[in-house]
Design a protein around this ligand. Structure first.
Ligand code: PLP
Length: 385
């Protein structure tokens, strides 16, 4: 199998699996219990919290565990808007993940004013339009760090600068950037930042939200005293342990991963552009998570490419995992100006730690052949595209 859909999810690192299995064998205590088996688990949770804090350049008390990246995004946005009823406006980009877009749609239905700021043809947010959208009623700007479909990295620091001048909070969804590029809350200057374990070789169903000390925010989930009253519910201790170990590995080996993935992605990108005619690269050449490659194949349906590759045990995606079973054209590809037929011809290849250099020639042999064969039988004229 050649798994090239690491932006959808990553395989569990075997070292994370070992750590989680060992933990499960010995620890069933509730971290809120005061007797030793509870305290022992609480210590392990604290250790994982410290590891995330270290990776983000944050304080332990600024890290809140959640059930996913999606929950972290909801918590950040709804929590801030709930805390500031007098400021009922917020700003997002047009290419946010559905976790942010659908939260925005929900809040709009409840009466909030949301501005969706356009992006350029590479996926970079229009800073002038963003600046224009800020008003005295703006509570929050939520702008993703790296896009899941294109890999494009946003100029978060510039946005923070604009926001701070007007006293507006900034949240960034760093689910796709964390573990792949430097994500440091002070360098970025953000107030809130979302991460998720299953994009960095950790388990599914565990995320975290960084909340800068002093940020005005309400909880999303009410109940017990967990997470210092900010996220009730007995902690997903096994998930937290896996998340901590996944981050420990990133801290140790992240630079090696980065070089390895960039090398493979460069080989693949060059090969595809050389071997396949009428292909368009989507995204930013430079300001991009290197392992994310998005291409449109003129005249074809991406699904046909995906299914043909799957028969060869090569797995890619036609967009974000969340929109995979939807008929709609990707909102990200529409926002960068692709016509619907071009958007529908686009596949995303996302590389990860466990891809091997010898995988690349296999993909560069199979993909051009598949595209050639599909174009032979395609009813669409590639010269029309
Ligand atoms: C940019 C981005 N944000 C949020 C999420 C949601 O994270 P989770 O799957 O942990 O809910 C994803 C997952 O695809 C993502 O790519």
């Amino acid at each position: 199998m050649i798994y090239l859909d690491n932006n959808a999810t990553t395989p569990l690192d075997p070292r994370v699996q070992i750590k989680m299995t060992e933990f499960l064998k010995e620890n069933f205590g509730n971290p809120s219990s005061l007797y030793p088996i509870g305290r022992a688990v609480k210590e392990i949770v604290t250790e994982a919290r410290d590891t995330i804090a270290k990776a983000l350049g944050a304080k332990r008390t600024e890290i809140f565990f959640t059930g996913s990246g999606t929950e972290s995004d909801n918590f950040a946005i709804r929590g801030v808007l709930d805390a500031m009823p007098e400021k009922n406006e917020f700003i997002i980009s047009a290419i946010e993940h559905p976790a942010v877009i659908e939260t925005a749609n929900y809040l709009e239905r409840k009466g909030a004013k949301v501005t969706f700021v356009p992006v350029d043809h590479t996926g970079i947010v229009d800073l002038d339009r963003l600046q224009e959208a800020i008003s005295t009623k703006t509570a929050l700007i939520s702008l993703m760090h790296a896009n899941n479909e294109l890999g494009t990295i946003q100029p978060i620091q510039d946005v923070v600068k604009m926001a701070k001048e007007k006293g507006v909070l900034v949240h960034t969804d760093a689910v796709q950037s964390f573990g792949k590029i430097d994500v440091n809350v002070d360098k970025l200057g953000v107030d809130l930042l979302s991460v998720s374990a299953h994009k960095i070789y950790g388990p599914k169903g565990i995320g975290a939200l960084y909340i800068r000390k002093g940020t005005n925010i309400m909880p999303l989930i009410y109940g017990g005293h967990q997470e210092r009253l900010m996220r009730a519910g007995t902690e997903n201790t096994i998930g937290i342990v896996g998340f901590g170990e996944a981050i420990r590995i990133v801290l140790e080996e992240g630079d090696k991963d980065k070089k390895h993935i960039a090398k493979l992605a460069d080989m693949l990108k060059r090969g595809i552009e050389e071997k396949i005619p009428k292909v368009k690269f989507n995204g930013h050449e430079k300001d991009r998570i290197k392992g994310t490659l998005n291409f449109s194949f003129y005249g074809l349906e991406a699904e046909a490419i995906l299914l043909s590759l799957a028969t060869k045990d090569i797995f890619v995606s036609t967009g974000s995992a969340c929109s995979e079973d939807s008929e709609e054209v990707s909102h990200v590809l529409s926002a960068i100006g692709l016509r619907p037929e071009m958007a529908r011809s686009s596949i995303r290849i996302s590389l990860g730690r466990f891809n091997k250099e010898e995988d690349i020639p296999v993909v560069l042999r199979e993909l051009p052949e598949i595209v050639r064969k599909l174009r032979e039988i395609s009813a669409l004229d590639i010269n029309d595209s």
